[in-house]
Write a protein that binds this ligand. Structure first.
Ligand SMILES: NC(=O)CC[C@H](N)C(=O)O
Length: 318
């Protein structure tokens, strides 16, 4: 069978069975809880599960609550990392953050004090992403935020993406832990700007609202190493996507990244609103949402559904 025919068969099989696989995974929403430490996220419906898979021609396979809207949260960190690499280059970025997983919770400050030189272990934990926010080009938090928003809209091919102001305010009002991380970083000489200014940028990019199709569209660009196969245009240098995908693989699912690598085997990034962005390299971009989270902060049902798909289509990179 030719490659094209194989793809066509896979796509047909996917579209046919996706609703039943989603239904099967949906029961795992009962095992999780929605994030409540950001008050505005606490009202998210627990039983939501949606998915959108996009191929290189822009065809989509969708199922469940794929139209449900949610904020990017930690998923945004992948794209701010890429933007910081574009703005400052590898050398500057890796003078502010390391390249290793922590094995700790995403908002932990443990290793910042324990391990020299006091820079965050990687750009996908909160401390690392806050350090990255301060590297985005711009002379004010507004300018930096606009630059980020512009970049997210470009990658998502969606000019309407915007900040959910209620979520932004809710996080900003209650971010005692992130504030303490940021002050710690400031004291360690990692942040050059005013702490509140950096946090304003960080809360803003975490609060960008999307749907599953936006995640799938953004993931599609990563799946094709920074080249957008739909607009036929390079959006991101290949090297920076390689760096981002490496972090997604080793740290993207927090300290459950090893388990996810074992069961799904794809680069991915999750957020506390229940989103997961992942991809089948060279082929599909995938966006999933399921706000009920496990104790590591990942969507219970979302992870289950991706495990099922990976098994069914042998998507693991290993
Ligand atoms: N894991 C996440 O999605 C964390 C992002 C969230 N905005 C926070 O800083 O806590």
């Amino acid at each position: 069978m030719s490659i094209e025919n194989q793809h066509a068969e896979t796509w047909k099989h996917l579209n046919k069975h996706l609703p039943e696989w989603l239904e099967e995974s949906k029961k795992y929403t009962e095992d999780g809880n929605v994030a409540a430490y950001i008050p505005e996220l606490a009202s998210a419906p627990k039983d939501v599960l949606g998915i959108c898979i996009m191929d290189a021609a822009g065809n989509t396979a969708k199922s469940g609550d794929h139209e449900y809207r949610f904020t990017l949260q930690s998923i945004s960190k992948v794209f701010t990392l890429i933007l910081a690499l574009i703005d400052r280059g590898e050398e500057v970025v890796f003078s502010k953050v390391g390249m290793e997983p922590t094995g700790d919770d995403f908002n932990s400050m443990l290793k910042l004090e324990l391990v020299e030189p006091g820079i965050p272990f990687n750009p996908l934990i909160n401390a690392g992403a806050i350090a990255i926010s301060s590297l985005i080009a711009g002379s004010s938090p507004d300018e930096q935020t606009n630059r980020i928003l512009h970049f997210f809209r470009e990658v998502a091919d969606n000019g309407t993406l915007d900040i959910n102001q209620d979520v932004h305010k809710s996080e900003s009002d209650t971010a005692h832990r992130n504030r303490s991380l940021a002050y710690f970083l400031k004291d360690n000489g990692v942040l050059h700007h005013d702490v509140e200014d950096v946090l304003e940028v960080y809360f803003s990019h975490c609060s960008v609202e999307v749907g599953c199709a936006d995640l799938a569209r953004m993931a599609l660009v990563l799946a094709h190493n920074g080249f957008d196969p739909i607009r036929n245009q390079r959006l991101i240098p290949r090297r920076f996507v390689q760096i981002a995908k490496t972090f997604m693989f080793t740290c993207g699912m927090y300290n459950a990244s090893g388990e996810f690598a074992m069961n799904v085997g794809l680069p991915a990034k999750s957020g506390v609103s229940g989103g997961i962005l992942t991809m089948v390299p060279g082929r599909y971009g995938i966006g999933v949402v399921g706000p009920a989270l496990n104790n590591k902060g990942n969507s219970t049902a979302g992870v289950h559904l991706l495990g099922k798909l990976s098994q069914e289509f042998d998507w693991s990179l290993f």
